[in-house]
Write a protein that binds this ligand. Structure first.
Ligand code: GLN
Length: 570
């Protein structure tokens, strides 16, 4: 029986693969209500039915990639294995689907236009008049199909940035319309809309969703599914109203109230049978769902009680009067994955590094189990971060430095332990008495030509780990591959002086030239470690990153020890 079922389904899946199915996820009313998580969750539930799924994002910006955008405004720059600098949603897709996504799965207006213009310059259009319509949406369609083919996908989920009715994304909606008219039975459109409940009105209002639906209609598209984001679950009356005025069956109006955890969203969607609905819309055969691991993980995140209190000291938090942590989303998720794995409840607190510049508030950090300084650029907040790192080292609070956080760890150690007064990074002061962090040679050349975009050392590179170190014990292997995004590195001229002073470079590039991990031995400190790469990009909910696990473990063990010591004193 089992054999015949397998062969039927693999035959079916071969036939399906001639044309993958496409799901477009578009936004209505306002952005920032979780379109990326919705796209990831839809992809997840289709994947959990045994289909190969990939996900892509289209951003309406003219920027060619996300690399040059300010993280405070735009959120984290997520780096793919192949080095492409993308929107943070690609991180959500990788984490939810547990797949590695290539650069072809991200496009911006700038990248699409650049490709079309380059092709025109190379006579690729054979003398045609190249026009915004149809050539731009055709290029988008071409890229979507290629991404599906490259991933050998049954289903491609495509998130279109922004909201319907914006000037900026109209050409992307046009691409969706073209694809839908080419293969109506293989394309579905999901609109993520917001259903507000104004406090003075006291009931949910569906009118903004109705307007968004009409705007979508005016782009030649009809939503097949409406995800109604709201504070509370949608009642039957509102569901019916949206169904009537937006031309869809009420079972295709999915209630998506605020959730405690993003990991609940796929589980919640399945409560409304969204998986079956999607398969039907995409003319895919019904298959059984296998989401047991995910479901268990989502439930576990709510059962943990013992806190792991982690302070994150960065600088991309403040926007106007508001504080957002979007710039560090992968770091946050990586801490959470590790904490859940260790049966701990992650409690994160953000600090702007500048407040530690005069050193007066450092003692505030004493209550945290561990401290992280994530990646960053430029001068603002640097002395504050250095003070924090020194505090963590001297007070033996577990410290984890990511990229800039590793470079600053090295500077702090150089200044205060290795006796290299005035040590600094060339990024801030190239004439410092000891430039312990220097620009990489190939990067120097690029900057001389004003070549900033996409020019850092980007993407996954191998490294080897030294025996007996914290890093090696965490990974439990010698060879690793991690994603990078940096221009500067530990200056080779200072390696001997730093190691003589006790700093251990436990990970290096295979040729031994680039210092990839710096740490202090366990005898000196419970966990004082920094990575030149960004481990956070590879952490997945069900596969937490070994270094984050080691860091959170060291953090909570320190607390346990402190409690014990206190008990003894009494
Ligand atoms: N600014 C540092 C560099 O370019 C660190 C970069 C980062 O933290 N991603 O090397």
């Amino acid at each position: 029986m089992a054999t015949s079922r397998t062969s039927v389904s693999s035959r079916a899946s071969r036939a399906e693969k001639k044309h993958p199915a496409y799901v477009f996820v578009v936004g209505g009313v306002i952005s920032g209500v979780g379109k990326g998580i919705t796209a990831s969750s839809i992809a997840k539930i289709i994947q959990s039915r045994g289909f190969t799924v990939t996900a892509m994002k289209i951003d309406p910006y003219v920027n060619v990639d996300a690399g040059t955008m300010n993280p405070t405004e735009h959120g984290e720059v997520f780096v793919l294995d192949d080095g492409y600098e993308t929107d943070q949603d690609l991180g959500n897709y990788e984490r939810f689907l547990n797949i590695t996504i290539p650069s072809g799965n991200y496009m911006t207006t700038g990248r699409v236009y650049q490709a079309v213009i380059d092709r025109e310059r190379n006579l690729g259009y054979k003398g045609q008049c190249v026009q915004v319509v149809p050539h731009i949406p055709l290029e988008v369609v071409h890229r979507i199909k290629k991404a599906g083919k490259d991933a050998d996908a049954d289903v491609v989920v495509i998130e279109i940035g922004g909201t319907v009715g914006e000037y900026e994304n109209i050409l992307f909606l046009e691409a969706a319309r073209m694809l839908k008219s080419e293969m109506p039975e293989k394309v579905a459109v999901v609109m993520v809309s917001y259903v507000p409940m104004p406090p003075k009105v006291g009931e949910m209002k569906t009118k903004p969703t109705q307007h968004a639906s009409r705007l979508l209609n005016s782009a030649g598209l009809q939503a097949d599914v409406i995800i109604a984001r709201s504070e509370l679950p949608l009642d039957k009356k509102r569901k019916d109203k949206i169904a009537t005025f937006c031309n869809i069956a009420s079972e295709r109006v999915i209630s998506a109230p605020d959730a405690d955890s993003i990991y609940d969203i796929p589980v919640n969607f399945e409560k409304d049978n969204l998986g079956d609905t999607m398969l039907k819309l995409l003319s895919l055969p019904p298959r059984e769902r296998d989401m047991a691991h995910w479901r268990r993980f989502a439930a576990h995140t709510k059962s943990v009680t013992e806190p792991a209190k982690i302070a994150v000291v960065g600088k991309y938090f403040d926007t106007g009067d508001f504080v957002l942590s979007d710039a560090y989303i992968s770091v946050i998720e990586a801490i959470k994955h590790a904490a859940y794995h260790l049966d701990k409840k992650p409690e994160l607190t953000w600090f702007s590094a500048e407040r530690f510049e005069d050193g007066k508030e450092l003692a505030k950090l004493g209550v945290y189990d561990g401290i992280i300084v994530p990646g960053g650029f430029g001068e603002r907040g640097i002395e504050g971060k250095l003070n924090v790192i020194r505090y963590a080292r001297e007070k033996k609070i577990p410290y984890f430095g990511l990229c800039y956080g590793m470079q600053l760890l090295t500077i702090e150690y150089a200044r205060h332990v290795a006796g290299l007064k005035g040590a600094n990074t060339a990024e801030i002061d190239a004439k410092a008495p000891h430039v312990v962090i220097d620009i990489m040679e190939d990067q120097r050349k690029k900057l001389e030509h004003g070549d900033y975009g996409g020019s850092m050392r980007l993407g996954a590179y191998p490294a080897v780990l030294k025996k007996g170190t914290i890093a090696r014990d965490a990974y439990k292997k010698e060879d690793i591959r991690e994603r990078h995004r940096h221009r500067y590195e530990v200056n080779p001229e200072y390696i001997t002086r730093l190691t003589d002073a006790g700093l251990v470079f436990s990970g290096t590039s295979p040729d031994g030239r680039l210092m990839e991990i710096a740490e202090l031995s366990r005898e000196k400190h419970p966990f004082f470690l920094g990575t030149q790469f960004h481990p956070e990009f590879l952490s997945r909910p069900l596969h937490p990153h070994p270094l984050f696990v080691a860091f959170v473990k060291a953090s909570t063990e320190r607390k346990k020890k402190q409690k014990k010591d206190k008990g003894k004193k009494r």
